[in-house]
Ligand binder design. Structure first.
Ligand code: SAJ
Length: 445
């Protein structure tokens, strides 16, 4: 579609952008169409904007342009409708940025093999944005990262254009808070924190989000916005580490840690329950705190809570393996050639995501000890394990009876744990899925 010529204007770039956002004539771009970028692109398109999604994965681009969604929380019907209305298109071609007024960067920020921040995806995206940066453009980084990334890494790349931040273009950070599978909180109703390099940058970013999101919270800088997200997820990691350590203590003191937490949770203020488990999975909690501790260390500060919580959480798979060893011993078995079924490989209940799942750590440790491992997960039909494809075992009496020990590693709500207990010789329950059940076959975390 030919780009309509726009009359020269006496307005400032900020005023032009504000007007285009107000009247929905702004063209918006989202880089990275995963569990963060695609829901955002759909919300903005549903607000009436023309949105172009950019992803380097050509398969995803083709799927989206056929109107298909591959993200659990984004209905295909929504994508189909927006593609049909020409409100949303996908591409792998970054030159579309020449015609876009705003760009949201929603790319992965994993850890490197050395457990340091891997910001290569941010750098790759910012390199493309810099190539196509033009007056009046608003750039917002959403990927979880260490405080200072926006100002120290992205801004210099964009400033090389000679354009002035806060005057010619606008740059901000806004942490993603998407919780995949959460049916109550979604991209539209989760409060959105935004911090710009300058006040004008913050104002422009707030203006964009306020066109669609229910609650936008402006903060004074990109560093504050970056730190907000890291506090949120470090808070979880440290508190999970605390209850995991409490579980290890209670195990030695022969106290039921689950009963302790249940009773403590009756406190109507000043307490928030967290629960012990087989370890820490997912692409946020095991990773984000180490972005903060890395930055702290670079500034000469040792973030001991983060490191200690990481150590405690990373030890939990070993603790579970010890419990399995005890269960097998009581059956007169050793690990060698024992049959063990891992129930639940997703990293948390009722989702299909296995990234960083502690179940996989537990399976690997048991395999190293000579046990014969299989898994069952209604949400995960197959996984790659020990270099080959492993299929989920269907949960039947015949199948469960083949095993010497069953580990409840993720407690999906769709599973009948009473039946699993009846069919099992021994059950290591790491999620209190058998709460209230009394049996010598149960070994609880
Ligand atoms: N876990 C425990 N005990 C707990 C809570 C979690 O062992 O009490 C384990 C889970 O089994 C999982 C890991 O920790 O393996 C992470 O669980 P999570 O509940 O934190 O779920 P995530 O990783 O999906 O975290 C996301 C985060 N969302 C974003 O980063 C945008 C987090 O900030 C949310 O608070 C969290 O979802 C949520 O509340 O569901």
């Amino acid at each position: 579609m030919p780009t309509p010529r726009r009359r020269a204007s006496t307005k400032t770039p900020a005023q032009i952008l504000e007007q285009r956002l107000e009247n929905r004539t702004a063209r918006l771009a989202v880089i990275g169409l995963g569990y963060v970028g695609l829901p955002l692109a759909v919300e903005l398109a549903q607000a009436g904007f023309e949105v172009v999604g950019i992803d380097t994965d050509e398969k995803r681009v083709r799927q989206l342009n056929r109107g298909q969604s591959y993200i659990q929380d984004v209905p295909t019907a929504d994508v189909t409708a927006l593609v049909r209305q020409k409100r949303f298109t996908a591409t792998a071609d970054f030159s579309v940025l020449d015609r876009c007024d705003t760009v949201n960067i929603c790319v992965p920020t994993p850890l490197s093999k050395q457990r340091d921040p891997d910001v290569s995806y941010i750098v790759a995206a910012a390199t493309e944005v810099a190539k196509h940066l033009h007056p009046g453009q608003l750039v917002i980084l959403e990927s979880t990262t260490y405080p200072g990334t926006t100002d120290e890494l992205v801004l210099p790349m964009l400033a090389e254009s000679g354009l002035a931040v806060g005057k010619d273009f606008f740059l901000a950070f806004s942490p993603e808070r998407v919780d995949p599978g959460n049916t109550q909180f979604n991209t539209r109703n989760i409060p959105k924190v935004v911090g710009g390099v300058t006040e004008a940058c913050t104002k422009a970013a707030v203006k964009l989000y306020r066109q669609r999101l229910d609650n936008v919270v402006a903060v004074s800088s990109t560093q504050v916005a970056e730190m907000v997200k890291l506090l949120e997820n470090t808070f979880r990691s440290v508190n999970i580490g605390l209850v995991n350590e409490l579980a290890l203590m209670c195990s030695r003191l022969k106290i039921d840690v689950w009963e302790v937490i249940r009773a403590a949770a009756t406190k109507p203020f000043g307490f928030m329950p967290f629960y012990p488990g087989p370890g820490l999975g997912g692409h946020c909690i095991p990773i984000d705190p180490f972005y903060l501790s890395w930055k702290a260390r670079a500034s000469g500060f040792e973030a001991r809570f983060i490191e200690l919580a990481g150590h405690v959480n990373a030890h939990m798979p070993d603790h579970v393996v010890d419990l399995v060893g005890g269960a097998l011993n009581r059956l007169g078995r050793s690990f060698r050639r024992a049959r063990v079924l891992v129930l639940g490989v997703a990293y948390k209940a009722d989702i299909d995501d296995v990234r960083e799942s502690p179940s996989l750590d537990i399976m690997e440790k048991l395999r190293e000890r000579g046990a014969r491992i299989e898994y069952s997960d209604p949400h995960v039909p197959s996984i790659r394990f020990a270099g080959s494809v492993m299929k989920s075992v269907s949960l039947t009496a015949t199948n469960v009876r083949r095993f010497d020990c069953v580990i409840i590693a993720t407690a999906h709500r769709s599973v009948d744990y009473g039946a699993v207990l009846r069919w099992s010789k021994a059950v290591v329950d790491t999620r209190n899925a058998l709460a209230g059940k009394r049996s010598a076959k149960i070994i609880r975390l």
